[in-house]
Design a binder for this molecule. Sequence first.
Ligand SMILES: Cc1cc2nc3c(=O)[nH]c(=O)nc-3n(C[C@H](O)[C@H](O)[C@H](O)COP(=O)(O)OP(=O)(O)OC[C@H]3O[C@@H](n4cnc5c(N)ncnc54)[C@H](O)[C@@H]3O)c2cc1C
Length: 446
Amino acid sequence: MWGRCSIRRHVIIGSGAAGISAVETIRQYDSQAEIIILSEEPHGYYSRPGLAYLLTKELNEAQLFPFSNNDFKRLGVRPHQARVTKIIPEQHLLELGDSSCLGYDRLLIATGAGAARINVPGTGLRGVVKLDSLDDARRILSLAGRRREAVVVGGGITALEIVEGLVANGVKVHYFLRGDRYWHNVLDETESRIVECRLEEHGVKIHYNTELGEILEKKGRVGGVSTVDGRKMRCDLVAIAIGVRPRIKLAQDSGLQVDRGILVDEFMRTSAADIFAAGDVAQVYDPFSGKSIVDSLWGPAREQGAAAGLNMVGIEKAYSKPVAFNVTRLAGLTTTIIGKVGHGEDPDLLGIARGDSETWRQLPDSIAAQQDFEVNRLRLMLGAETILGAIVMGDQTLSHPLQSLVAQQVNISSIRAKLLAPGAPLADLIAEFWTQWVRAHVPQYA
Ligand SMILES: Cc1cc2nc3c(=O)[nH]c(=O)nc-3n(C[C@H](O)[C@H](O)[C@H](O)COP(=O)(O)OP(=O)(O)OC[C@H]3O[C@@H](n4cnc5c(N)ncnc54)[C@H](O)[C@@H]3O)c2cc1C
């Protein structure tokens, strides 16, 4: 397919956030290198988080694409649709789906993560959907137009996005939760109930302690479901969102070290020479937890891609994983999740979901301080001297200050006792503390 070339050749597998960010960085520092992007994704580079807004019709498809053809031209690259089937690290060679081979000098694996599969009969029936890609979103929209009732199974952000998308398209939704509340290991009980109430206000029927047993067939497609405890329910669409799995098989089959993701060092290098990994597929050292962790977050995917790109062009720069955060929408309520806020397992998820981080559930000893006002809620997880994590629901005024206070591990001892006093005005205390801290530490405000 391609001849080997004398100039340095960078090959990127995956045209998502991590892959494209790496391309931008490589080109910034090396105008001559040959860069080849290979991706099996037929639609190239688009915003996956934006798919939720496509379902609710708040965005159209064109708005999901951050790059035009001119942007790719400017970078001197053209994504090729191809599936990489094998990496042969010793020969610096790739095998592609059409049986051709391609050599590389430096390789980035940015293959992302795919929806975890549920192990029940009937998943192959027409009318069973997931939400990973633009094609999945189109399928959901086309089915929603003709279906009246759906069952959604799973947890985390993606399950909610599908629920909201279906509701916005006039579908009656039954939402199955295996446990007794939504997103058990990240949200606390009050936050789960806020989300659940908002769903119910929009007509969603939540079935607690309910596990999908089988998807039932009617005329060759979904006709209903049965639950593990023997109940049967009619529906014509079933959506599964029980978490994501980093796509590590390619790396694993090539002998690279993997765990839950592809293991990388601080320079985004895998265990094989000249092969890097970044984004949802990479398992990266997290200085805040001291563990090697997996995220499914757009921002970190771009940052890791940029770090990999720098190291691929020979500029050694360590990647220091920042505190994981996400500003998202839970049942229509803007919510920021920062740092360590929960722990344990979620019965509705296998591992993490989209827009989720393993660090959010690694909470050590801490005390919660919370405040509810109107539709808003603020929860802080307090360690001995710092804020370990926070959830901001509704009013987002404190989202940015809290991201900084958690990330910079700012000592909050001077207000800790006040924060923990019964009925403490948390938002006011944090706002005041932040103003003083900025004045003392940011030169232009001194
Ligand atoms: C519905 C949805 C909602 C989300 N919500 C949020 C959110 O609220 N906040 C947030 O921060 N993040 C969110 N995310 C997650 C975010 O989109 C991902 O973290 C990010 O896209 C990861 O980028 P990536 O480059 O690592 O992988 P991807 O964008 O998944 O790209 C990987 C690419 O590699 C290709 N590929 C895989 N294997 C091969 C192969 N063998 N050969 C060739 N190509 C291959 C795939 O086709 C794909 O195009 C959401 C994602 C989805 C789908």
